[in-house]
Design a protein around this ligand. Structure first.
Ligand code: NAD
Length: 297
């Protein structure tokens, strides 16, 4: 299939490569020429957004930083919806707030373009390996069309309901992830401060009722899990500023429906303070450094 792909960053570039590997024809655009150049080397063709919109692509996928970029690319005066043929399918894989996702999907629907929101989980490793989880919002028949294409980039493709619900699933999951990481950081730090060996404590937690992904797969205490960012100075992984962004989306979305997210808001403030201290580039498990005393760092 001929697919347009806009947004070739840390996630979009490896996703686009996997579409090429699956045999799709790709027309790509990014503000960064280097990002476009590297995809062209892999077999894609470079085009402007206007060329992608007016070309013969059956589907256009976007993977952009935040809602403002998504709105500009779709709804701007020169945006995709101003030019694209009715009937061309659209999928936005960026992580944005559910309200904006629904606004853009509704504008697309009114223009005659079926649209899905399909944010992902799995990070840059999952994007490269083609093992992402896609949380998809939109009509059932549009999901059925997109499923085999998304399967070239991911392992779990989940239909979450109507437009915007992919983003709902994403913000709910990532809010829980932020809260659970802080919980594990707090518990591990308490246990070690009270004299326990970190590995032994993690072993107990991971076979007891405190077990969760943040404890058994991504434990924030250095030395517990060899493959976790804690073992390499919290480099790589999922940046604290990205977690801060997702917690902001969760608290903003909660405000719109007057739903209390007490721990989510607290987690957001903890990551905001961490970012303000200059640590936003560290993996989000580095939040444990807010708890550890100087002598055990
Ligand atoms: P990134 O900043 O690496 O890439 C975004 C790309 O979009 C950049 O290459 C930028 O040049 C391009 N861009 C910005 N505005 C544009 C425009 N108007 N037209 C064309 N291109 C434009 O970000 P990323 O890490 O690839 O993340 C993309 C999305 O995926 C974000 O919403 C992020 O929250 C989400 N996400 C990221 C991760 C992760 O681990 N990085 C994991 C899951 C979800």
């Amino acid at each position: 299939m001929h697919i347009g792909f806009i947004g070739l960053g840390n996630m979009g570039a490896p996703m686009a490569r996997n579409l090429l590997k699956a045999g799709h024809q790709l027309s790509v655009f990014d503000l960064s020429e280097a990002a476009v150049g590297s995809l062209v080397e892999a077999g894609a063709t470079a085009h402007s957004p206007a060329e992608i919109a007016t070309g013969d692509a059956e589907l256009i996928i976007t993977m952009l930083p935040a809602a403002a970029h998504v709105k500009a690319v779709y709804l701007g005066d020169d945006g995709l919806l101003a030019r694209v043929r009715p009937g061309v399918r659209l999928i936005d894989c960026s992580t944005i707030d559910p309200h904006s996702a629904r606004e853009v999907a509704e504008a697309a629907r009114a223009h005659g373009n079926p649209m899905l929101d399909a944010p992902v989980s799995g990070g840059t490793g999952g994007a490269a390996a083609g093992t992402l989880t896609f949380m998809v919002g939109g009509a059932t028949e549009d999901f059925a069309f997109a499923q085999p294409i998304l399967a070239a980039m991911g392992k779990n493709i989940v239909h979450c309901g109507a437009a915007g619900n992919g983003q709902v699933a994403k913000v709910a999951n990532n809010m829980l992830l932020g809260i659970s990481m802080i919980g594990v950081a707090e518990a591990m730090s308490l246990g070690v401060a009270l004299g326990m060996d970190a590995k032994t404590l993690a072993g107990v937690i991971n076979t007891s009722s405190g077990r969760c992904w943040s404890s058994d797969t991504y434990n924030p205490f250095p030395g517990v899990i060899e493959t976790a960012p804690a073992a390499r100075g919290y480099s790589g992984g999922f940046g604290s500023d990205l977690m801060l962004k997702d917690l902001g989306l969760a608290t903003e979305a909660a405000k719109q429906v007057r739903q209390p997210v007490i721990l989510g808001a607290l987690a957001q403030q903890l990551y905001q303070a961490f970012s303000a201290q200059g640590h936003g580039g560290l993996d989000f498990s580095a939040i444990i450094n807010q708890y550890r005393k100087g002598d055990d760092l």
